[in-house]
Design a protein. Structure first.
Lengths: 733, 303
């Protein structure tokens, strides 16, 4: 195949050259033969013309000589009018020459003798008999192949008559034509001969030239062939190949270029290897390499009947670092985390000194994995997990800033939790997820239940997507009352999912799940849109009515959610202070600075900010002061503790605090009349709970408001000024 | 030569004998001369060829008279011929009656035999014109041109001239046939040969011509086509065709021998020889009246 490449090149070049030469030779030959033909025709014609002229000249001279001779013989007989002798002379030359006629005219130009015995035309004028007119000098004229001649006959200085001859030279001229034809046929024969020679010589020369060209090309392409063979061997994997050729010129250049390419290729190959097997950022082995390593370690563990621990590490809240501090910081943090893990493993010295199996790898994003070969006990894996958590728990100082992250670690053990590398890695991932779900900064061993939970979670997420698309979600509203006068001031929008098959699904089942997913954004936006539409309807019944929506921590930190709410408020022209946003302490405080910006924007847009479940977090009071908060919703756990007759100091303190900070308070989870009474005694506040109103559909709320309006209308007539605490927008106004 | 003298030979006798032998030798040698056959001729080449074989033949018979060789001599005119004869340069002559008559009358030669030249024993002169010619007799020729053959011709000059004179015509010689002729005379010119003579008449160059009857009647002598276009207006009497003559240069015995040699030629046996001798058919002895004829011809009247 290799030699075929170059030999075909040689053959093609030779064939091309042959074709070219053939065409040239053919053209040349045709031209040559044509030229030869034309030249021979030309020279034969010229020769023939010349010969004809010469012959005619000679014939003319002969005829003239004949005429002169005859006329000199005829002078005396003519003088004597000796017709007999004249006749003898004329007859004599008529016998010997191809005479058309021989006439002797007298000086008056009439015929004396025509060479016949009886001279029948005697006395006829010359013009009747001959084409020429007698004159005092020799007249000659060619007519076809005949030469006509009139010669004066002189005697004693006088013209005594005229001799007229016509000689038929057709034979001589015909023989000339024959000669010409013979010449032409000879020339034709010669032409063919020349053509044959030409073709033979051309073919011979062509063959010689082709042989030389073939040898030359062969010689020329030999290094090329060597290069081609080297290339093929290199392509087949022979890395010892070098392309340098000790030759100048284009081939040498090609060799050097190939060598340069080979070096580039080697370098590129090295880089590709690195890319393929190493993580670019941390220089740790990547998933691909790790998978191979895991396979071989599993195989070895299987052979040696050993156990193998797999620890799947995910950095908690790393996404927030990326979001808030930027990806460069995130990358630096990952790099540092990798270094810490590497150092830890070096310190622990878990690897078998006999081989270089990979024990630590970065699987992507903020996921790392370590292996624990020859695991004697699960406790060793747990110990390793704890050490890892410790190592990562230390704050990271990056670019002058401190970052705190934690880690969630899932642990699987071969062969207990799986026997294939992919299975055991997947289970470790699930265990990590479980650990993360159970509050982060933890480790967890895999259990089959985790698998089930994961399935549930996936089902939930899929269900939420479907519900969004097909309208399975709806909102219920739990009214918020002024405890002082029992009037409805607003309502908290609560998300409800009516599954077509499973019926009503508990919010506690799906809300935490979607909070950890990318579905939190769309769900939050749906809730906001629906709530605003409902709000606008409700405000027709009760101007100044307000609705609260819950924004989860995940949604709070998304710029899209922030801007969406702002734009929604403005687009729908919701009156100020009628749309409330409820946030938990925890979600706010995690990233205080960002949170402050968002809250300021919302506040500026005319929304009110409430802190939900107040008292369960660890928020500092100073935060409350720094943030544009409008009110607090006291967590139901505090309300539940309210007892008539006790001091109820905690709730009282909160209410006092709120009053001092000019914040409004909503008591959540009011279930009993006692609790309501207690609250009423503690001061003016708003309340919400099963004991007041259960969450209800929009229509029910509308009926409720209509009923209240009716009551209110009746009251207005009798009622004097009310001291009820005004809620929401009204309070502001 | 007596035997006695033979018995007594002497120096004188021996010398005398030698001298006699020498004389005899030289005498015989001087006597062994060339036999000369002569003729007047204006076509010497042709005539020489015609005469030579006969001369060579006859000389054999003349050997006893010292003739070892024969020679043909041709003379352009009569005076030259007669002078040669007077000088003894000619032995034998073959001529037509006109020249024969002149030589005979000038006593330069005598006839010894008749020659049937061209197969004719005798011949006559004819005067002819073109058939459509207005000339019907010799008198009509006045103011016309008459073509004769040759001034030495018997039948084509002498005889027609005589006839015209006898018819009362006056003849004037012309240099060429183109010359004009006085109305009362007959101009004449010479055509040089019989065919010219006929052609001239046929082509109108001459009004009439004169030829002998042999020319007229022997086929191929003249173009038959032309002859048929002619009309004869005069015929002369017949005369012997030609004579063989000898001069006085020959001894009488030699003359006799020559005559005998000629007469002994057999028409059958010697036909080729005779034929070549001016197409003669035979040679016969003179007839009675031949000498008178020669003597009576008025040759001196010729211009």
């Amino acid at each position: 195949m290799r030699s075929r490449i170059t030999s075909s090149l040689t053959r093609r070049l030779t064939a091309g050259f042959a074709a070219l030469i053939l065409i040239l030779a053919a053209v040349q030959s045709v031209l040559l033969v044509k030229s030869f033909h034309e030249y021979s025709r030309f020279s034969i014609d010229r020769g023939n013309t010349h010969l004809t002229n010469v012959l005619k000249g000679q014939l003319e001279r002969d005829a003239k000589l004949l005429g002169q001779t005859l006329s000199s013989q005829l002078d005396i007989p003519l003088y004597h009018l000796d017709l007999t002798e004249i006749g003898d002379h004329l007859t004599k030359i008529q016998r010997t020459q191809n005479l058309e006629y021989a006439y002797l005219f007298n000086s008056r130009g009439t015929l004396l003798h025509d060479g016949s015995s009886t001279i029948p035309e005697f006395g006829l004028p010359a013009e009747v008999l001959i084409p020429l007119q007698p004159s005092n000098q020799l007249e000659i004229r060619w007519q076809d192949d005949r030469l006509h001649l009139v010669q004066p006959v002189n005697a004693a200085g006088h013209i005594v008559g005229y001799l007229a001859l016509a000689v038929d030279f057709s034979e001589a001229l015909h023989s000339l034509t024959t000669h010409n034809q013979e010449l032409q046929s000879a020339a034709k024969t010669k032409e063919r001969e020349v053509l044959t020679h030409l073709v033979l010589v051309t073919v011979l020369l062509l063959l010689v030239a082709l042989w030389i060209v073939y040898r030359f090309c062969h010689h020329l392409f030999k290094p090329l062939q060597a290069l081609a063979e080297k290339s093929l061997r290199y392509g087949e994997g022979d890395r010892s190949i070098r392309f340098d050729i000790a030759q100048e010129g284009e081939i040498g250049q090609l060799g050097r270029a190939l060598e340069q390419m080979r070096r580039g290729l080697e370098q590129s190959h090295h880089q590709t290897n690195q890319l393929a097997y190493l993580d670019n950022l941390t220089q740790l082995p990547n998933r691909h390499w790790f998978q191979q390593s895991l396979d071989s370690l599993i195989k070895r563990a299987q052979q040696r009947s050993q156990r193998l621990g797999v620890l799947f590490i995910d950095l908690d809240h790393f996404k927030e670092v990326n979001d808030t501090a930027g990806h460069e910081m995130g990358d630096l943090l990952l790099f540092e985390a990798a270094a810490r893990l590497r150092n830890l493993l070096l310190e622990l010295d878990l690897s078998d000194p006999d081989d270089d199996e990979v024990l630590l790898a970065r699987l992507g994003g903020d996921e790392f994995v370590t292996l624990y070969p020859d695991l004697a006990s699960s406790e060793h894996a747990a110990e390793l997990a704890r050490r890892i958590a410790e190592v990562l728990d230390d704050p990271f100082l990056i670019d002058g800033r401190y970052f705190r992250i934690s880690s969630s670690i899932g642990i699987t053990v071969y062969p207990d939790d799986g026997i294939t590398s992919s299975e055991i890695l997947k289970h470790a991932d699930i265990a990590m997820y479980a650990a993360k779900q159970s509050g982060r900064n933890q480790y967890a061993f895999f259990s089959p239940q985790m698998n089930q939970q994961l399935h549930q979670r996936i089902e939930v997420l899929q269900g939420v997507r479907t519900a969004l698309e097909q309208g399975h979600f709806h909102l219920e509203y739990q009214p918020v009352l002024s405890l002082a006068d029992g009037r409805i001031r607003g309502a908290e929008a609560l998300l409800r999912w009516h599954h077509p098959e499973q019926g009503l699904i508990s919010p506690g089942l799906f809300i935490p799940t979607i909070e950890d997913s990318d579905l939190i954004g769309p769900v939050t936006e749906w809730v906001a849109c629906q709530a605003v539409q409902d709000l606008l309807q409700l405000q027709q019944l009760k101007p100044g009515f307000s609705i609260s929506i819950n924004i989860s921590g995940a949604a709070l930190h998304q710029d899209s959610t922030r801007d969406f709410l702002t734009e929604l408020k403005q687009r729908e022209q919701v009156p100020d202070n009628c749309l409330n946003v409820e946030l938990t302490e925890t979600s706010m405080i995690r990233h205080l600075d960002d949170c402050r910006q968002t809250l300021k924007q919302w506040k500026a847009a005319g929304m009110n900010i409430w802190i939900d479940d107040f008292g369960t977090g660890y928020s500092s009071l100073s935060y409350l002061h720094q943030l544009p908060i409008d009110g607090l919703k006291i967590d139901r756990s505090f309300i539940r503790e309210l007892k008539p007759g006790s001091s109820n100091s905690l709730v009282a303190t909160i209410m006092t605090l709120a009053e001092s900070m000019n914040l409004y308070v909503v008591a959540e989870g009011i279930e009993t009349a006692d609790q309501r009474d207690c609250l009423a005694r503690l001061g003016s506040c708003l309340g919400q709970g099963f004991g007041l109103h259960r969450p209800m559909p929009l229509s029910a709320l509308q009926q409720l408001l209509e009923a209240e309006n009716d009551t209110l209308a009746a009251d207005v007539r009798s009622d004097t000024d009310s001291s009820a605490v005004r809620y929401g927008a009204e309070a502001e106004k | 030569m007596s035997p006695h003298r033979m018995d007594r030979p002497s120096l004188l006798g021996t010398v005398t004998l030698l001298l006699a032998c020498c004389l005899l030798f030289f005498g015989r040698t001087a006597y062994a001369q060339t036999l000369v056959l002569a003729q007047i001729s204006d076509r010497p080449k042709k005539d020489y060829r015609q005469l030579r074989p006969m001369a060579d033949h006859i000389v054999q018979a003349m050997a006893p008279f010292g003739f070892r060789r024969a020679e043909v001599r041709l003379y352009p005119d009569l005076p030259a011929f007669e002078q040669a004869i007077r000088n003894g340069q000619v032995h034998w002559i073959t001529e037509t009656p006109l020249t024969a008559a002149r030589l005979y009358q000038h006593q330069l030669a005598i006839p010894v035999a008749r020659k049937w030249k061209r197969g004719q024993q005798t011949y006559q002169s004819l005067i002819y014109v073109a058939k459509d010619s207005p000339i019907h007799n010799l008198g009509d020729l006045a103011g016309r041109i008459m073509a004769f053959e040759h001034p030495d011709s018997f039948t084509s000059f002498f005889l027609p001239l005589q006839a015209l004179r006898q018819a009362g015509m006056t003849l004037v010689p012309l240099d060429s046939p183109h010359q004009s002729v006085p109305a009362d005379k007959v101009g004449y010119t010479f055509s040089r040969n019989e065919r010219n003579n006929l052609l001239w008449v046929d082509k109108g160059i001459a009004a009439a011509g004169a030829l002998n009857d042999g020319d007229w009647s022997i086929p191929d002598r003249l173009p038959a086509e032309l002859v048929q276009r002619m009309r004869i207006i005069h015929r002369s009497p017949s005369y012997p065709r030609a004579f063989e003559m000898v001069t006085s240069t020959l001894e009488p015995e030699a003359r006799e021998a020559l005559q005998q040699a000629l007469l002994s030629l057999d028409p059958e046996r010697d036909r080729p020889l005779l034929q070549r001798y001016e197409k003669s058919s035979r040679i016969t002895p003179l007839e009675a009246g031949d000498l008178d004829l020669l003597r009576s011809l008025e040759v001196e009247t010729l211009p």
